[in-house]
Design a protein around this ligand. Structure first.
Ligand code: M6R
Length: 607
């Protein structure tokens, strides 16, 4: 998603803006740009594609100036061209913007009628024209900005600089995050604290509706009603060092390999190793008394929620409704009186998930979230938060965030199951011990990396790939297919193995790899039958199973990878790893941009 940064400083801004943008690259983008004030005039450099291209332009044609704004753009309205890249500017004002101005067409028509000429296909350009319109009417920059903010609908975070104003920068947050950084005689604004970490660790996270007027020495925060408010300034622990790849070729591979460690870290915060009891932090409401749980999330986080549904229903006997956020938020779902709604998000900023959370809040639900970023909006708007301790995830394809979400959700489900009397203390301890074994077992699974790399050569030749699983392995099939699609661009679908005969079996022939996830659990024999159905139609099956499954099916299937035997409850955590590695190696063979796949953004803060 777009990344924005602004500096009102005491030394050259452009190189520091680009450094900040580099730290926002992980969000995904397809063009970039910076603007500074030079002798009171706005000047800009913009480029299509990666920051390398912007860097080259700045080397060729440097941009001095100590006040500036920078942007990485993930195209929404208008293609990823230089002309559509931010900053957008008139001779009087420049802007960088994340989000969408939904009523831009109406504003654009109005401004064209006033004689404004537009040069891009973006919604963003209306911002600078509207502010300029008010400036032309004689308003001060602060009044012009504030009057403009009131006219925009949609979600946005933006930063403005003004020609002739060397000690002024204005920012606004409406539905999309924006953080203020306090420096020594300098002030900053950015999409997140990570971008500002080399500049300062003193950060203020703006609330929704806030807008700020900044000089080098002070920052005045106004809330949505224009009242001046105090917002706390926190010292963050975000490191100023760029997160490195530690010798790995891609962040994604590094993050896959971090899983034994981060699953262990997450378990350590929820399981007491001495008593083998799951102990969650005290929640301000009793989830075990809920009559129904509503789970909402997007993408990979949604698949983690689907696994959790399985756990909550089978272990805790707690009925679960689950939906993807973009559907749920407009469905006006009736929710149970005093119910609990659970939101899962790595970034904690996914707009659809956040809006679904707000809907549930308005319906009087207690809000629990599982997030990876403690300062995120979803975390801050929840009644209670369970953290995943994955650490920063930079690769756009979610890997360690997924398995730490599963870890956290497993602990939650077990704790609720015990509190509801649905499982005994002994069973809780048995599961807790199985969970504590996962980091070691995950390391064993990683040892199959070379074998999965060989198999990726087969998968990379395919046009279509199917993933099959049952029960808690069905969401893993969906996740495997999503991983392959998003980074290798090969068409892949996940199906519930039992659903195969209702349609997808027509796709089976010897050119379609079928990846089957089948641990030894209560559904094992059922999946074995489904595998036979595929093999009988010349399907070439890659079996991911433990020794029992391999023994039973090795003569039928084309390829197999033996995974450790485990308590079926923890199998989703282990079976996630081979599908991640398979997708990773396939993408490398296809030569795609593994960490920043085309068209994708790390955190999706637009609808
Ligand atoms: O930050 P979130 O967990 O809310 O993000 C949700 C999805 O956008 C995300 O999981 C997406 O599907 C990943 N790219 C999948 O790898």
């Amino acid at each position: 998603m777009c990344g924005i940064i602004g500096i009102i400083g005491t030394r050259d801004a452009a190189p520091r803006l680009v450094e900040g943008l580099r730290r926002l690259e992980y969000r995904g983008y397809d063009s970039a740009g910076v603007a500074t004030l030079i002798n009171g005039h706005i000047d800009r450099r913009r480029a299509e594609g990666k920051l390398l291209n912007l860097d080259a332009k700045l080397r060729e044609n440097p941009l001095p100036g100590i006040v500036g704004i920078g942007h990485t753009r993930w195209a929404t309205h208008g293609g990823p061209t230089e002309n559509n890249a931010h900053p957008h500017a008139t001779p009087r004002v420049a802007v960088v913007h994340n989000g969408i101005i939904e009523n831009y067409q109406e504003l654009k028509d109005e401004l064209i009628a006033h004689g404004h000429a537009f040069e891009s296909a973006t919604d963003t350009e209306v911002i600078v024209h509207l502010v300029t319109h008010y400036l032309n009417q004689g308003m001060t920059p602060v009044d012009a900005a504030s009057a403009s903010f009131k006219r925009f609908t949609g979600a946005f975070a933006l930063v403005l600089i003004f020609a002739g104003e060397h000690d002024l920068m204005i920012g606004a947050r409406h539905g999309t995050p924006l953080a203020v950084g306090y420096g020594e005689g300098e002030m900053y604004l950015a999409s997140d604290a990570f971008a500002l970490a080399p500049l300062t660790n003193r950060i203020c996270y703006l609330e929704d509706g806030d807008w700020v007027v900044m000089t080098r020495e002070r920052c005045t925060v106004h809330d949505a009603t224009d009242t001046v408010v105090d917002r706390p300034v926190k010292t963050t622990a975000v490191s100023g060092a760029l997160i490195g790849k530690d010798g790995y070729r891609h962040y994604m591979l590094k993050e896959i390999y971090e899983q034994p460690q981060v699953i262990g870290d997450t378990l350590n915060s929820y399981i007491n190793p001495e008593t083998a009891r799951v102990t969650l932090p005290d929640l301000p409401f009793d989830i075990s008394r809920a009559t129904r749980l509503t789970i909402v999330a997007c993408g990979t986080a949604y698949y983690a929620g689907l696994v959790a549904k399985y756990w909550f229903e089978t272990l805790a006997r707690l009925p679960v409704d689950i939906d993807i956020a973009s559907e749920f938020r407009y469905r006006e779902a009736p929710l149970p009186e005093g119910g609990v709604a659970l939101f899962i998000s790595q970034s904690g900023e996914t707009l659809d998930t956040l809006e679904a959370l707000r809907y549930c809040k308005r319906q009087g639900q207690k809000i629990l979230s599982v997030v990876n970023v403690p300062e995120s909006t979803i975390a801050r708007e929840s009644d209670a938060v369970l953290m995943t301790l994955a650490g920063p995830e930079i690769g756009v394809a979610s890997t360690k965030a997924f398995t730490t979400q599963l870890t956290t959700l497993a602990c939650l489900a077990v704790s609720v199951a015990h509190a509801r009397g649905a499982i005994s203390t002994e069973r809780m301890q048995e599961i807790a011990r199985a969970l504590r074994e996962v980091p070691a077992r995950a390391a064993e699974v990683l040892a199959h990396d070379e074998r999965l790399k060989e198999l990726a050569a087969e998968v990379s030749e395919a046009r279509d790939v199917l993933y099959l699983g049952r029960g808690a392995m069905y969401p893993l099939a969906l996740e495997g297919a999503l991983k392959l699609k998003e980074i290798s661009y090969i068409h892949a679908e996940g199906y519930a193995a039992g659903e195969l005969k209702h349609g997808p079996i027509a796709l089976i022939d010897d050119s379609v790899p079928v990846i089957v996830l089948v641990p030894s659990d209560g559904l094992f024999e059922k999946v074995v039958s489904n595998v036979q159905e595929v093999c009988a139609r010349s399907g070439k099956v890659l079996l991911l199973a433990d020794s029992k499954g391999i023994d039973k099916l090795k003569d039928k299937v084309r390829w197999s990878v033996e995974l450790p035997a485990c308590d079926p409850l923890v199998a989703p955590l282990l079976y996630a790893i081979p599908v991640q590695l398979l997708a990773y190696h396939t993408a490398v063979l296809k030569g795609t941009d593994v960490d920043q796949p085309r068209n994708l953004a790390k955190s999706v803060t637009v609808e």
